[in-house]
Ligand binder design. Sequence first.
Ligand SMILES: NC(=O)C1=CN([C@@H]2O[C@H](COP(=O)(O)OP(=O)(O)OC[C@H]3O[C@@H](n4cnc5c(N)ncnc54)[C@H](OP(=O)(O)O)[C@@H]3O)[C@@H](O)[C@H]2O)C=CC1
Ligand SMILES: O=C1O[C@H](COP(=O)(O)O)[C@@H](O)[C@H](O)[C@H]1O
Length: 503
Amino acid sequence: MEAASIVLFGATGDLAMRKLYPALFNLYMDGKIPSTFSVIGLGRREWTDEYFQSHIAKALNAFSRRKPDETLVREFVQAFRYCALDVNNSEDYTRLKELVVQREQQLGLAGNRLFYLSVGPEFFATIAEQLIQSGLGETAGWKRLVIEKPFGRDLASARELNEKLSHFFSEEEVYRIDHYLGKPMVQNLEVLEYSNPVIHALWSNRYIANVQITAAETVGVEERAGYYDKTGAIRDMFQNHMLQLLMMTTMHLPNPSTPEEVRRKKKSVLESLRPLQPEDIAAHVIRGQYQEGVIAGQAVQGYLDEPGIEPYSQNDTFIAAKLWIDNHFWKGIPIYIRTGKRMQEKSTRIVVQFKDPMESYNDPRHTTAEPNLLVIEINPNEGISLQLNTKDADHPGQFVPVRANSMTHAADMPEAYENLIFDALRGDATFFAHWDEVELSWAWVQPILEAFEANALPLYTYKSGSNGPEAAHELLGSDKWWLDKEPEVEAAGEKLQEKLVQI
Ligand SMILES: NC(=O)C1=CN([C@@H]2O[C@H](COP(=O)(O)OP(=O)(O)OC[C@H]3O[C@@H](n4cnc5c(N)ncnc54)[C@H](OP(=O)(O)O)[C@@H]3O)[C@@H](O)[C@H]2O)C=CC1
Ligand SMILES: O=C1O[C@H](COP(=O)(O)O)[C@@H](O)[C@H](O)[C@H]1O
């Protein structure tokens, strides 16, 4: 990998502290970034280099997935310098340029520059423009712009932002982070399909009955009320992470494939996604908002009682949708997607339900088979399991499901940001969100945003600690969401009843 300078906007912020410094440190420990590198951190706060370096050391102690070795940390932070800068002030960019060039000369770097924008999206266009006008974009090496989500808040604003950025950086130079694409198991999906003939052969509507993609969280809105109450689950999770998971699961790639091929195939999935007409939305989309409840034995408050939330907020903290991909591979197969906060457990997973085994096993005595399920666990654990049927030794003529499992604890794997920063430094854009995908995703959700804004859909409530509103289960008709655990309150209630019977 070529040595580079990282110019980090938002270096004093939360994301940098919790994710970016630990990711860089882990890459450093694994020898995945060159031993000579430069990071220049930016923010309005008047920090010294020493203060900045001690801030990073503290962040590593608090948030690194591996216990940091003190000597390595001391070595690592030597690469960091701080420069106070207001994104709107052009003179600050002149000082920044001097520092970048000075560090490049000191360290013998060839002028490759990665500009990482870990700041609010309202600053993206201004920063891109200032980088070019200040001459920071003119360099003997490459230049790349890494930007965080959200990329717009609807189709029109995303297009406007992209138009502005495109004056200063080409599409090949823009790396839009969607951290779900950095998760090891998501990066593994492509390999899983084409390196396993067993899966590859079954990966279509011929054998699959439905695909279910879930991202359930137990956390609530936390300290992000100001952002979340204007964003909701649809913009925060669905338009980006969930549709990316859908594309990654359903695209069919040739082997081997290029980043360009991945991009083309993902785009083609979204182009085949059946658009929702306003009159169809209610039958395909369920929105919900959490009420008080119990999670991990703790009582938690409802969304409307969270600090900073508007008292009559109609914001969605849950969304479930039924989608159809009208292409040769997936026509006729429903894809179910749901995501929500304050749900029963933290689980991001993909479940592929195969067609009814009785269709192929035509013996009327055998009536009890469960469907085959391929389960891909993404977070917090990573793993793959396959549910198969075997003969039930105790009940002649019946089947029992068995699971073949492989599980890894996610803490042992590289974090999403490690993978993504590594790829951005190498110039591999495979696991970044390309403009085509972002635009098509916004285009698909736009009628739903409008229906939400017009209050044209019911807003169902659900208890914290549950699996979402009942309507999200009804959405599936005769299908069901697989692997949901019993809500705690009900489970506790059931136990109580059992006890009473025994007494
Ligand atoms: N935190 C998270 O978990 C996630 C965050 N994101 C995205 O990452 C980005 C950063 O988020 P986060 O770190 O949480 O935000 P914070 O509010 O914690 O940090 C914002 C950063 O922006 C800097 N900043 C604000 N205004 C200016 C300005 N006028 N000039 C220069 N710097 C400025 C602040 O520095 P200072 O105060 O010193 O000026 C600070 O470093 C956002 O786009 C967010 O949506 C995405 C996914 C998850
Ligand atoms: O982007 C976001 O993702 C997190 C969930 O990420 P995960 O890696 O823990 O699954 C979510 O909590 C947050 O609201 C959203 O902005």
